[in-house]
Design a protein around this ligand. Structure first.
Ligand code: PLP
Length: 381
C-alpha cells in the first residue's frame, strides 16, 4: 500500500445509494439502468448510440467485429498506448501496423499514416492518449481518401474536446467531444478513469445504427434484438454485458462530470504551478479533461534514470508509473512480430522518459507539495 496511490476513484454517498437501490430489486442484469446510462453517455458525448459493456477492451473488440475486420486485414495504429488498442486487432487475426507518434502530442503522427497504407489496410485505430485528442481532422481526411474505417480509442478521454487545427486545441466547451470521432469510439470506466462504473466497464459510441445493433447483439451472446426470440442466437456472441449496479454508479458519476473535470483541472494546475520552474522536466500538454498527470524528463536523462526515480518515489510511499511501455516492445509482440528497439523512435524516446505522478480528484495540496518536493530531490541526486 502506498501513502499516495497513483489513482483513486471518487465515490460519494450518491453512488453508494444508487448501487444499494439496484440491490433491492430483482434486476441485477439486463434492467433499466444500463439503458439509462447508455442514453446519458450518448447525449453527453453527442452521438446517437451507446452500447454499454463490461470493459473498454470488450468495447474495442466489438467494434473490430462490427466492422468485419478479420484474417490478414491490416489496421494502422499507435505503439504508444495501453495494450488493448492493439490486442483487439489480434483477437480477430488481423494485423496491427504501427505508425510512430509525434513527440509533443504523444498521438499517432498523421503525416506518417499514408506511407503505411497497403491494399490490406482496412482501418485506422487512433488513441486519444492521456485524454489529448488525436489529430482527427487529418485522420478523417486520410480515412476518407483511402476508403478506410476510422476507430477512436477514447478510453482515457471522457470529457475531452478537439478543436482543429490541432495546435489550437483548447476545449472549454467549444470543441467536438472525444468519443464522437470515426465510425465508432470507446470509453473505459476502469477505476483510474475520469468516471468509473464500480470497477470495470466500457462503452461503444457511434452514430451508425448497424454498428450499434450489431454490438447490442454480440455483447449479449449474439441474440436477436427481439425479446420474443430470446433464445435465438443468430451470430457468434459473447457475454460482454454491463451489470446493473455498474450502470447505476455510472449514471451518478456522469451527473457529476463537470465537478469531476474541475477537480482534476485544479490538481493539474497545482502541479503545473509547483513544477513550472523545474528545468529537468517537461510538463504535460494542457487538457480540457485530465486523465493522468505525466511529466517527461528532458533529453539528458535515460531510461535507467527514469526507472531509478520511479523506484525511489515508490520507496517513499508515492506510487508513480512509466506510462506507456511501447506495445511493439512488449514480450509477446517482440516474439510474434520480431519488433526491436529503434523501430519507432519517437514512441521509444517518450516511453523512456515519462513518469505518471499520482493524480486523482481529491489529491490534496499538501500531498502535491510532498510529491513535488520528493521528486525534485530525487531527480537532482
Ligand atoms: C488507451 C486504452 N485503451 C483501452 C483500454 C482498455 O480499457 P479496459 O481496461 O476498460 O478494458 C484502456 C484502459 O486502461 C486504455 O487506456
Amino acid at each position: 500500500m502506498y501513502k499516495i496511490p497513483l489513482a483513486q476513484p471518487d465515490i460519494t454517498d450518491l453512488e453508494r445509494k444508487a448501487v444499494l437501490e439496484v440491490l433491492k430489486t430483482p434486476y441485477l442484469s439486463l434492467g433499466s439502468k444500463v439503458k439509462e446510462f447508455e442514453k446519458e453517455i450518448a447525449r453527453y458525448t453527442g452521438v446517437k448510440y451507446a452500447v454499454a459493456v463490461n470493459s473498454g477492451t470488450a468495447a474495442l473488440h466489438l467494434i473490430i467485429r462490427a466492422l468485419d475486420i478479420k484474417d490478414n486485414d491490416e489496421v494502422i495504429t499507435t505503439p504508444f498506448s495501453f495494450i488493448s488498442s492493439s490486442n483487439c486487432i489480434l483477437y480477430e487475426r488481423a494485423k496491427p501496423v504501427f505508425v510512430d507518434i509525434k513527440r509533443d502530442a504523444l498521438n499517432i503522427d498523421p503525416e506518417l499514416v499514408e506511407g503505411s497504407i497497403t491494399t490490406q489496410t482496412k482501418a485506422i485505430l487512433a488513441v486519444d492518449v492521456f485524454a489529448y485528442p488525436a489529430d482527427w481532422d487529418k485522420l478523417e481526411k486520410i480515412a476518407k481518401k483511402h476508403n478506410l474505417y476510422l476507430i477512436e480509442d477514447s478510453a482515457e478521454a471522457l470529457g475531452s474536446e478537439y478543436l482543429p487545427p490541432h495546435q489550437n486545441f483548447g476545449g472549454g466547451g467549444k470543441g467536438k467531444k472525444c468519443g464522437s470521432f470515426g465510425n465508432a469510439a470507446i470509453f473505459s470506466f476502469f477505476p483510474n478513469k475520469q468516471i468509473t462504473t464500480a470497477g470495470e466497464g466500457g462503452v461503444v459510441l457511434t452514430d451508425n445504427k448497424e454498428i450499434s445493433d450489431f454490438c447490442y447483439s454480440v455483447r449479449n451472446q449474439g441474440r436477436r434484438q427481439d425479446n420474443n426470440k430470446w433464445l435465438e442466437h443468430i451470430r457468434l456472441g459473447y457475454n460482454y454485458r454491463m451489470p446493473e449496479v455498474c450502470a447505476a454508479m455510472g449514471i451518478v458519476q456522469l451527473q457529476r462530470i463537470e465537478e469531476v473535470l474541475k477537480k482534476r483541472a485544479k490538481v493539474a494546475s497545482l502541479y503545473n504551478e509547483k513544477l513550472k520552474d523545474f528545468e529537468e522536466i517537461e510538463l504535460p500538454n494542457n487538457m480540457s479533461s485530465w486523465f493522468v498527470y505525466v511529466i517527461r524528463l528532458n533529453e539528458k536523462y535515460e531510461q535507467e534514470d527514469r526507472d531509478r526515480i520511479i523506484r525511489e518515489m515508490r520507496e517513499r510511499g508515492i506510487e508513480c508509473s512509466n506510462y506507456f511501455y511501447p506495445i511493439h516492445l512488449q514480450p509477446y509482440y517482440k516474439k510474434r512480430f520480431g519488433f526491436k528497439q529503434g523501430d519507432f523512435p519517437n514512441c521509444e524516446y517518450v516511453s523512456e522518459r515519462t513518469i505518471a505522478l499520482p493524480f486523482y480528484n481529491n489529491l490534496q495540496e499538501e500531498q502535491i507539495d510532498y510529491i513535488v518536493e520528493t521528486l525534485k530531490k530525487i531527480i537532482k541526486q
